[in-house]
Ligand binder design. Structure first.
Ligand code: PLP
Length: 460
């Protein structure tokens, strides 16, 4: 499979190079040149299979030609062997027609482990083949950083630099990043918010001499492998609920648009999805965009679901590329509007397609807390604030198909908000019980490109 940039100003790349490159040289994001499909019989043949078997079948069309199938199979088995639940992403029922897809059984208790565990293995494989070392720079609103550090802490080829917004992540999130003791990892607490972290990562990639000198690689959800790995659990859930012979709906707590874009991909691959619902917290740029047709950045407001406290949803660009009939010029125009004035209008045709493919809703903080309390009371299930944002929206959607809410974090990752909402303090699982006794290592750095680049250069 070949991959093209959403701005069509960068060379086509094969799978291996897409893994290492992350952001395209023209500032765009890589997407497959065409969407592969599985026919109904191929989907049916996957029913009842293990997570690893479904993962291999779903991801193979993107990887084929880059490595032997057996190599990829072993990588998948290794990546998901670290999950604490045998089903990897188990499905539980919350109410009539309401289901929860638990994506938090990985080593850092957030759904980002699902993609990062595979990406770390793919990255080492690609770097090994190219005989290169890399500096991985990543921006995190809390969960990506922990998942990346955990996945890459034993990497033989990569050194990881994670930028998190200083004092804007939960103590559990911060400690998962800062206590590994690995010398492959450096933590930058940036004096800014998540969007500042993300902007600096983009600026480092755009700084060609720095990028080349450090051999920068990206593991944010701009990396295609992240999206690819996330398509798998949509298939796992849909097959368990009767797919491909019965459509399924999904509600996804959305920040950077990576997770829900993976749902869009699986739909393109031929699995029937009735509704794909974008759920936002009060940082509701995507919900507003669907309603008004105008993508407009306002300001970031801190909430109890910090991993969704985002204004610029990078992966939305991948969708815009498809919605405009894969018109790189149209995408480039919209993205320069965003850069120059913090807003752009979605062309009429593209907007109609957006509204046909997606539904959206937003949840305020009071409703998040009430949803956590009610879900515990009526379904005996403790959910985290991100999951609650989505479940609150899911309950307002009329769906004939089974409605699956993606549960993206373990409640123990956000214990204070959960306790406040329902009175129950969620304990960390045993393998993390000593998290608050471990020694932390991180550095506070100014929100400034030179400051961050010189910090990274000095570490090498
Ligand atoms: C990252 C994250 C999200 C948002 O996912 P996107 O792919 O950025 O849309 C939601 N919930 C949790 C817990 C997360 O860590």
């Amino acid at each position: 499979m070949q991959f093209v940039s959403t701005r069509q100003g960068a060379p086509k790349l094969g799978f291996e190079d897409v893994i290492i490159t992350g952001l395209a040289a023209d500032g765009g994001l890589y997407v497959p040149e065409q969407w592969p499909t599985l026919n109904k019989d191929e989907w049916r043949a996957l029913r009842g299979k293990s997570y690893a078997d479904i993962a291999l079948a779903v991801m193979w069309p993107f990887v084929e030609g880059a490595m032997p199938r057996e190599t990829f199979k072993a990588m998948i088995q290794d990546a998901y062997g670290s999950f604490s639940h045998r089903a990897v992403t188990p499905l539980t029922q919350l109410d009539h027609n309401q289901w929860l897809l638990e994506l938090y059984h990985g080593p850092t208790l957030a759904f980002k482990d699902v993609a990062m565990q595979l990406l770390a293995r793919l990255m080492d494989w690609a770097l090994e083949r190219a005989d290169k070392n890399a500096s991985i720079v990543a921006a995190t609103s809390g969960d990506t950083g922990g998942a990346a550090i955990e996945a890459f802490k034993n990497s033989t080829r990569a050194h990881v630099f994670v930028l998190h917004p200083h004092e804007k992540v939960s103590a559990v999130q911060r400690r998962q990043m800062t206590t590994t003791g690995s010398d492959r990892v450096a933590n930058i607490a940036l004096k800014g918010n998540f969007d500042d972290c993300q902007d600096l990562v983009k600026a480092m990639f755009a700084d060609t001499s720095f990028r080349n000198a450090q051999n920068l690689a990206g593991v944010n959800s701009i990396n295609w492998a992240r999206i690819m790995a996330q398509t798998v659990y949509y298939a796992v859930a849909a097959l368990a609920l009767g797919g491909p012979d019965r459509p399924v709906s999904f509600t996804v707590p959305t920040g950077n648009f990576g997770d829900i874009f993976a749902g869009y991909v699986i739909k393109q691959m031929g699995l029937p999805i009735e509704q794909l619902v974008i759920a936002t917290n009060s940082n509701d740029i995507l919900d507003r965009t669907l309603k008004t047709g105008r993508y407009e950045v306002t300001g970031v407001e801190p909430t109890t679901s910090p991993s969704m406290d985002i204004q610029v949803s990078s992966n939305f660009e991948r969708l815009l590329f498809d919605l405009t009939g894969r018109d790189g010029n149209a995408v480039t125009t919209m993205m320069s509007g965003l850069k120059q004035s913090g807003a752009f209008e979605i062309p009429t045709d593209a907007l109609a397609k957006l509204r046909a493919g997606f539904t959206s809703g937003r949840t305020d903080e009071q409703t998040v807390a009430a949803t956590i309390a009610n879900t515990l009371k009526t379904s005996e299930k403790l959910i985290d604030p991100h999951t609650a944002v989505a479940y609150a929206v899911a309950r307002t959607i009329k769906s004939d198909a089974p409605m699956v809410t993606l549960s993206t974090a373990h409640p123990a990752k956000f214990p204070d908000a959960v306790k406040q909402a329902c009175g129950v303090y969620p304990d960390l699982p045993p393998h993390m019980a000593d998290l608050f006794e471990r020694t932390e290592v991180f550095d506070v750095v100014e929100n400034d490109l030179d400051a961050v680049e010189s910090y990274i250069s000095k570490c090498q």
